[in-house]
Design a binder for this molecule. Structure first.
Ligand SMILES: CCCCCCCC/C=C\CCCCCCCC(=O)SCCNC(=O)CCNC(=O)[C@H](O)C(C)(C)COP(=O)(O)OP(=O)(O)OC[C@H]1O[C@@H](n2cnc3c(N)ncnc32)[C@H](O)[C@@H]1OP(=O)(O)O
Length: 215
């Protein structure tokens, strides 16, 4: 498929397809040439350690969200994590199949958790998902996410989802750009009653300990 097929003939009116390109197009989730290998933080949890939920109200991993994904994430080798969740009734799109947006949410959560090994608070800037196979309700989705490069505040992540276990059928793949932020990002932008609740009881937000913050 050419760029023209992908975007339509009028998407790039000044683009002359026959002209030689000065440089190869690199999409936003592709690490640039100057990206460096990500560094696992020396105090990152050991491979195999459960990372636990980072916030009890989180849709991805929170224990207090009955309809949530309840992802259980473990540190992996290098800058990688693994996770699993069971596709529940509440996760349906088509009858008996997972909603695609929720699979993207699972990728968002698991790639977001990679930040805990880097010890840099980061938020999703861009998230891309390739849906390869339908995912039925009741099955276990096994996820793996890892960082492929860093360029300043930008972190380039990849992830894959397989059915029932790490060697199972590959059902989806994802790529993302995460952007490192200061903790003020959350304090400033979050609904104030929720931010206050966390500041008054930091046990509810475990990353406060991970990121060595004393609010
Ligand atoms: C309460 C007490 C304290 C609590 C403590 C909490 C610690 C928690 C730690 C971790 C929590 C993790 C939670 C996990 C949940 C899963 C992850 C999510 O779902 S996160 C939610 C979804 N994402 C957002 O809501 C982001 C919304 N967007 C933004 O806030 C901004 O756009 C942000 C921060 C992403 C960037 O804004 P800028 O002003 O800081 O920086 P600019 O200059 O715009 O971007 C920096 C670089 O990134 C590129 N960039 C940004 N967005 C891009 C995009 N969409 N595509 C391509 N490039 C992009 C830019 O081009 C720029 O690149 P160049 O430095 O110039 O090379």
């Amino acid at each position: 498929m050419t760029d023209q097929d992908r975007h339509g003939a009028s998407a790039h009116p000044h683009d002359d397809a026959s002209a030689p390109r000065a440089e190869v197009f690199r999409g936003p989730t592709e690490p640039p040439e100057h990206a460096v290998a990500p560094e696992r933080h020396p105090q990152a949890p050991e491979p195999g350690a459960w990372l636990g939920t980072h916030y009890d109200q989180c849709f991805g991993c929170g224990e207090q969200r009955p309809e949530g994904l309840h992802l259980r994430v473990a540190a992996g080798p290098g800058v990688s994590v693994t996770a699993e969740f069971k596709v529940a009734e509440a996760h349906q799109g088509a009858p008996g199949l997972i909603h695609g947006g929720l699979l993207s949410a699972a990728f968002d959560e698991v790639m977001g958790t990679v930040s805990w090994l880097l010890r840099v608070p980061a938020v999703t800037g861009r998230l891309e998902t390739d849906f390869l196979k339908p995912v039925p309700v009741g099955r276990i989705v096994h996820l793996r996410a890892w960082c492929v490069g860093q360029a300043g505040r930008k972190f380039y992540h990849r992830a894959e989802a397989r059915l029932d276990g790490p060697e199972g059928l590959l059902v989806a793949k994802a790529a993302a750009l995460f952007v490192g932020v200061k903790l003020e990002h959350f304090v400033t932008h979050g609904r104030q009653e929720d931010v206050q609740a966390v500041l008054e009881d930091p046990q509810r937000y475990r990353s406060l300990r991970a990121f060595d913050v004393n609010p």
